[in-house]
Design a protein around this ligand. Structure first.
Ligand code: HEC
Ligand code: HEC
Length: 237
């Protein structure tokens, strides 16, 4: 569980500042008429749906306490926005930053660090996710900015051992095709095609490899067992 080096955080912060300026320019130039409303027109969305989508598509890479997700490939989104909250930046502005990030992420950072794929969710689904994230990132349960020095520990979703539910909530679907789970991710192998054994699935989920994150510590042993069993039993069906 590595936290990003301070320099990386600082550069992300400055990148965000640039985005804000850029969004401001777009607004000032009145480009709304061009039809691409991303980051300009206020998105309206369904927070409940947005939370589900976040858990399915974003949580494998991002920690966000309200969603209970614990991914560490991308920045911790509570940390990313807590300073903006303390500075009193409005929710609308945060919403535009998140919506812009979904459409225009840094897909291949010059540092060689893993990037964020573009358009993981699009259209209304992207609006739903952005509205949801903007309503919770950096805030504690009472709606106050978190203490950046000691944010609460995330509680992983689906504390249970339903393999199918875990496949969705742990973010596997963002990277893998598995018809039985309705999953269509293309970052990792198509599990219906490779039909991995339970042993292989246990090893990959526990230890990760290449672009596959390790889930040891994020999921309990029983949860890893459950999701590996689910994959082995359902791949190719
Ligand atoms: C495969 C991993 C991955 C997935 C999946 C992913 N992200 Fe990211 N995300 C990253 C990385 C890496 C960065 C840092 C690089 C960058 O800023 O583009 C990032 C950056 C961000 C930032 C900017 C944070 C900051 O410090 O300014 C936001 C907001 C964000 N992601 C939201 C999302 C949302 C919402 C989703 C789901 C629709 C998502 N991400 C899915 C990897 C991912
Ligand atoms: C950020 C993308 C990503 C996420 C999230 C992810 N995987 Fe993977 N997965 C990969 C990649 C890439 C590989 C190929 C790794 C290699 O062999 O080098 C892989 C490999 C696998 C394999 C081995 C497939 C084979 O036949 O070789 C299994 C099984 C697997 N993943 C299951 C899961 C499960 C279950 C989850 C959720 C708990 C998950 N993955 C989450 C990207 C991901």
């Amino acid at each position: 569980m590595e936290h990003p080096a301070p320099s990386t955080r600082a550069s992300r912060r400055s990148w965000r500042a640039i985005t804000l300026v850029a969004l401001g320019l777009v607004a000032a130039l009145g480009l709304a008429a061009c039809g691409d409303t991303v980051g300009y027109t206020q998105a309206t969305g369904d927070r409940i749906r947005g939370k589900e989508l976040f858990q399915q598509h974003c949580g494998s890479c991002h920690t966000l306490r309200d969603a209970g997700t614990t991914g560490t490939i991308g920045p911790d989104l509570d940390y990313a926005f807590v300073q903006s909250r303390i500075d009193g930046l409005g929710e609308d502005t945060i919403l535009q930053v998140v919506r812009g990030q979904i459409a225009y992420p840094v897909t291949a950072p010059s540092t060689g660090a893993p990037g964020m794929p573009a358009d993981i969710v699009v259209g209304q689904a992207a609006d739903d996710v952005a509205v949801y994230v903007a309503s919770v990132a950096g805030l504690d349960a009472s709606g106050q900015p978190m203490n950046p020095a000691s944010p609460p520990t995330p509680t992983p979703p689906g504390g249970g051992t339903d393999g199918g539910a875990l496949f969705a909530s742990a973010g596997c679907a963002a990277c893998h095709v598995l018809a039985a789970a309705g999953a269509t991710g293309t970052v990792g192998p198509n599990l219906d095609e490779t039909q991995p054994s339970k042993e292989l699935a246990l090893d990959r989920i526990t230890n990760g490899r290449g672009g596959m994150p390790a889930f040891e510590g994020q999921l309990s042993d029983a949860q890893i067992e459950a999701v590996a069993t689910f994959v082995a039993e359902n791949a190719g069906t």
